[in-house]
Design a protein around this ligand. Structure first.
Ligand code: CP3
Length: 347
């Protein structure tokens, strides 16, 4: 079986020769070649908006690490900019002009995906350059996580503005969630038309919601987005960060793959989800900082815990940290492929 089909087969729960692996933020600051391309671009947003350079950094980890999938280089916040929220990146992280009232939200647009034409062009360039070597994953932020950035104007801490809106102005929150959902459905469809072969929704902040608020402000929009994308026929991955307390509810989502963090072992997570699911995850990104022998031991533990799943795609539980030695990321990929190999597997 070739490296080309491992990831897509595992997403479908089909037999594979060894466990496929890729890493969230596999293209990023820990790679010197990324730093060099980013310096040529000048800044992060220009890098995202220059398809030739964004394509270059998408491909960098594919050869260096030997991963089984490439992920489009872009950012989940760019669609918010296209909706009408000015975006910048500073030393403190992303900054957006926040929306706090129903009038602010009513002024936001559902952009035509062509307004994010640079993203679609990056997808086309990557799909052509990869030439079937490994599949390309497209992505978007999930509705609640994007709402939190739009309302806080930055990465939240206590999510006070967000929760105040959910509690005191739910109609405004629902309007914003609707616009965001429509925006990402159109964008993700366009990414698939441009050549993306799988899609991941990033819900980095879903874990700040309790079960009641999840059911009112997140679940209906996840259902809607995932259902709207099912007919595309590509695997749909939902990444729920820090969401162990929501697992009994997450099992209802029509995603092909649930991507989870390291806080709960995958076998325990599977029991809480109910049913047989394909899971993605869940090495703590900090493990890649440590000794290679410990990386190998932790990889083996995760592979053992994933043995009874309907399928497993190895990943980190969150993005690669900038201080990660590239050789350690490489060692993790090698360990997954070696220790995950099935004897007598169909080829
Ligand atoms: O995973 C990949 O390799 C693909 C590219 C990708 C980036 N961001 C590049 C990036 C993806 C899929 C994202 C998703 C993203 N962006 C998320 C969801 C995943 C998560 O991390 O929880 C979020 C919340 C964002 C928003 C964002 N972008 C923040 C908060 C920051 C600043 C924090 C940081 O890590 O610096 C970014 C910047 C960003 N996005 C960088 C990269 C490589 C670093 C930019 C740089 O070069 O300085």
């Amino acid at each position: 079986m070739s490296r080309a089909s491992r990831f897509l087969r595992a997403c479908r729960g089909l037999p594979v020769d060894t466990t496929p692996v890729w890493f969230m933020r596999q293209a990023g600051r820990y790679l010197p070649e990324y730093q060099a391309t980013r310096a040529r671009a000048g800044d992060f947003l220009t890098l995202c908006k220059t398809p030739e350079l964004a394509c270059e950094v998408t491909l960098q980890p594919v050869d260096r690490l030997g991963v089984d999938a490439a992920i489009l280089f872009s950012d989940i916040l760019l669609p918010l900019e296209a909706m009408g929220l000015p975006l910048s990146f500073t030393e403190q992280g992303p900054q957006l002009e926040p929306v706090r009232s129903e009038a602010d939200i009513a002024a936001l647009r559902v952009p035509d995906p062509e307004e994010l034409g640079f993203v679609l062009e990056t997808v086309r360039l990557c799909a052509r350059a990869l030439a079937g070597q490994v599949p390309l994953i497209g992505f978007a932020g999930a509705p609640f996580t994007l709402l939190s950035y739009a309302v806080e104007g930055k990465t939240g801490k206590q999510f006070e503005h967000t929760k105040r809106m959910l509690l005191s102005c739910p109609a405004a929150a629902h309007l914003l969630l609707e616009r965001i959902s429509d925006t990402i459905v159109a964008l993700l469809r366009a990414q698939v038309a441009a050549g993306a072969q799988a899609l991941q929704l990033f819900d980095s902040w879903i874990g700040v919601l309790g079960q009641e608020d999840y059911q009112v402000f997140a679940e209906p929009y996840l259902q809607r987005v995932l259902m709207a994308l099912r007919s595309l026929g590509v695997p749909l991955i939902y990444f729920a960060h820090h969401a162990a307390a929501l697992l009994p509810l997450l099992g209802r989502l029509p995603a092909d793959v649930l991507a989870l963090d390291w806080r709960l072992p995958l076998d325990q997570a599977a029991a809480l989800l109910g049913g047989r699911r394909v899971l993605q995850g869940n090495l703590d990104p900090c493990v890649l900082l440590g000794p290679v022998a410990e990386i190998e031991r932790r990889v083996r533990t995760i592979l053992d815990q994933a043995a009874g799943l309907a399928g497993h795609v190895f990943n980190l539980g969150h993005g690669v940290l900038p201080s990660t030695p590239p050789a350690h990321a490489q060692a993790a990929v090698e360990a997954v492929h070696r220790l995950g190999a099935r004897t007598g597997a169909a080829t």
